[in-house]
Structures are given as structure tokens and as C-alpha cells.
Write a protein that binds this ligand. Sequence first.
Ligand code: PLP
Length: 556
Amino acid sequence: MQIHRLRQLLSVERVLGPAPGPAAGTAGAAASADWSRRVRAVVERLARAGSSTLVATADGPPEESDGFVRERLLFDSPARGGFRAAVLAPAGTGPLPAVLVLGGRNARLDQLTGAEPPDHPDRDVAAHLARAGFLTLALDPGIDGGLDPDRLAGRDGGIVLAHAFALRGHSLLGALLGDALAALEWLRGHPRAAPGRTGLFGHSLGVAVALHTALLAPEPPPVCAAGHLGSYPALFARLLTGFEGAVLPGILDAAGRTVLTPVNTFFATAAAAVRAGARVRFVDVELDGLGMDPGALRRALDGERDVAAVVPVHIGGGVSPALETLLEECREHGVPVLEDAAHAFGSTLDGRAAGPFGRFGAFSFFPTKAATSGEGGLLTGARAGDLAAARLWRDHGRSPTDPGRHDRPGGNWRMGEPAAAVGTVGLERFGTALAARRAAAARYDGLLAGMGGLRPFPVPKASGSNFYKYLAYLGDGVDRAALKARLRERHGVALAGEVYDTLLCDQPFFRGPADAPGAFPRARWFAGRHVALPLYPSLTEAEQFRVAAALRSELR
Ligand SMILES: *Cc1c(COP(=O)(O)O)cnc(C)c1O
């Protein structure tokens, strides 16, 4: 198995961060409930098991011998076609505790049920359980044996199958897990299954299936595990089991998945996701802080099968208080947040700087932005591994220790020395520039108070904007294009560019039938109504008077 694929597979834990340590009292209980919910959400998302019902067909008549009944079944699985299963139980009619038996990858059904002599001591686990008085349902993992040995050409059948699932954007474990969940429900509905007394037995690969099944089952059943317990890294790095069919894929890859972005943002926010192979779904904004609308976001998270990331944008430099709900929602769904903080260098929410709210924060230092290096930008992230990965992507995937080695298709996203020099000087002056922007914004607030036809956007109290843009709404019936033309021609006042006047769903690249004309009502209202007043650190008080006077005279 290639090392980079292994790393990808093992990246799951990084989505979750460390588990909460033992803490006493209700806070500890709440933290661990929160942790469980997040683990469940992540596993559900990565497994893509979906809910299904297994339909059983009898594969021959039931047999009764030596005090046991044996039924051979064929289940029809949505993920992997038909697979065989067998019920084995003590003869009789009374209710019995039930066990779903999930064998190892080489287990053969007839060996699990003892119909054939086991090749391995205790492989006949269903027979042992039936003798102990359990109703058992054993599933055939069906991993080996189905592939033509000539075409395998000596390769391991299980790994070939795992790769075949991966090529379709799914995982073998996800498929086995989906089948096991449905089989568990089938077993719980068996006429002889005692209500509330169903458990799971797993051996080897079956342990991985059993643990994931127990995690996602509606009423978590008890699990008996005969095999290695532990994290994916323990399984792979330390125990070297090497079978990638036994893990769910990680999240580094956005290809074929969905990224949620606001519909009101710069083209680059969504184009970056497209370039990573993702499908973009747009989300409406909220008008209090101009963030992503929490209700619309929740509907998108619930409605999409596989969200790779959510990318909020701090539009105009304000970090919306709704970001808190967004972060919470994404935590619950196990989806990473990447902040597009291109507008928000120096901005805060409740005193905390924009950028580190998400797993990554991306700032632009393009010349029009609040901080600039001419070209280039800045990426923030809290995890050393993430930052090391970003450094590799930045420089053609080149290894920092062995410049001749490349393990990923990075690009030339380096900042050149001249730009870095410009940026360094800019950063030294940034505090002064930010203070000047904020002072100018406060002056506008005073100058525009009570003006007819124009209402400054009320920046929420918690949001410490850098005033990349000073936004205001035009009154009903004011024609923005005509107003801007008159301000320029009659007064020599040029308003700044809107953020933005065209929604991404209306851009030629993204325009499609999926977005109905009435979609995104709030973003559409905002896009059509707002203006951005001239604001930059060297703007003088006299110039602001002129801007206000020009507006007053044109909006009369
Ligand atoms: C400017 C901007 C970008 C792109 O920044 P570059 O430095 O040109 O890559 C991305 N997102 C938003 C919201 C922007 O305003």
C-alpha cells in the first residue's frame, strides 16, 4: 500500500482532535457525550453506509439436526450485491438472546456455523454460540473467492476489492458496515429474537465491522471482540495489519465530495473547491452579520451525503456572530471548517482574531485587501501536521528534507521574496493602518447618521471589523449604477467595489438549473442593495466630508 494512501486513510483522527480526558461531574459527562456525537457523525459521514433494509431469500430448506436449526439465506445488499448468511439456533420456538456473527476476512460461512470443519480453532463461533443457547446470524464477508485468480495476478483479493470501492468513492468497510447494520435490524426482527437482547461478535476484520456497527446502531448493542482493538494508527503503524479494507477513508481528499460556501463571496472561494475536485453547493447568508445563514447551512449539511468542508467568508471584514452556530453545527456533523478570511486580516469576533476559528484560515494580501504584499497571502492552522502538509502543497509537493522527492501534486504557491519584503513592511505598519480604518469608519457613522436614502450597515457589537469595506444600504428605489455614475461625474467621488453585486450562482461558470430563480433571497437582497464607501488608511476627514456631502446632494 502506498504510504500517501495510508496517511490519507489515517487522517481521520485529525478531524476529531484528541478525546476529552476523564473529568468529573456533569461537565465531564457533557464533554464525553459531545465527543461521542462527533465520533458518530464522522464515522457516519466517512462510511457512507446509508440506511438499507436487507431482503432475505431462503437458500435451500431449513435443516434440523442434533437439536439445532440451520437456515441458509441470501441477502440482497445495495452496496455489494447478494451475499450469503446463515441462521443457526437451538431447535424450538421460544425467544432467545441473539448474536450477529461477523467473521474475519478469510472466514467461510460453513466454517463459522460448523457445517464444515473449521480451519482454525474456534472459527466455528456460530456453532459455539448456538450450543450456548443463542440465536445466531452469521454473515459471509464475501471478500475472497469472488475474483478470477488469473486476473488477480498474485495480488491480494481483499485489497483489490478495497481499491475497487475506493475508486468509486466508497470504502469496503463502509459497505460491510451498512450490511451489518441492516443485518442487525433483520436479526432484531427475527421471530425468535428476545427483544432488547441482541449483541455482536466480531473476529479480526469482523471486529472493525462490529465496532463501527455498534457505534452507529440505533440502540448500541454489546460487542464481543476477538481481534485487535485500537485506533487506526495503532492497527496500521504498530500492528502492521495492512488491510485497508478494515478502515474508513480519511478526509483529506475533497474529490467527488461537496464543499459548502456562501453564495455571496468572491469567485475564488468556490473555484478553489472546484479545483480540488469538489462539487460546490451554495448557502444563503444572514443579514445580521453577513455570515452563512445557520438555518440554510443546517439544511445543506443534512441534505448532502458527503460534505468535505464548509467555507465561511468574513464579508467586508466583519466576522459574523453567527459563526459560533456554524462552528457548532459543523462540529456536530463532523465537517471541517476552512475560513476564507481574505477580507478579515485584523478582524475579531468577541476579541478573538479571524483565521483560527476553522481548521485553516486563508488570508489574501492582494493589493486591494486590508493588508497587502502585492501578491500572496497567509494561511493559519493550529495543527503541526496540517501546516507541514500545506508547506508541501505550496512547493510542488517537494519533500523539505529530500528536494528530489514529491509525494503530492502541489503547485507554485510560494510567496516571492519581493512580495514578502513588501508584506513585512506592510505588517509593521498594519496596526496604524487598522486604527486609521476604524477611525474613518467611526467618522462615517457620524457623518451619515440620519441621512435619507442611505443606511450604514450596523456592524454587530461582538464583531471587531477591520473595515475592509464600509457598507451601507441604499433606500428603496435608489438606482445604484446611476448613483455611482452621478457621484463620479458631478463630485469626483468613486465608491468602492461591492462585496459582491453578482451572486456566484449567477456567474457563467456556476450558472445552472439547480438554483431556482427565487433561491438565496437574503443574499440577493444584499447584493442588489449595498454600496461600499471609499475607505483606506490615508483617507482624510475632509475627503470624508466631501463623500458625505456628495451622497447627501445626490440622494435628496
Ligand atoms: C481576494 C479574495 C480571494 C482571493 O485572494 P487572492 O489573494 O487573489 O488569491 C479569495 N476570497 C475572497 C473572499 C477574496 O476577497
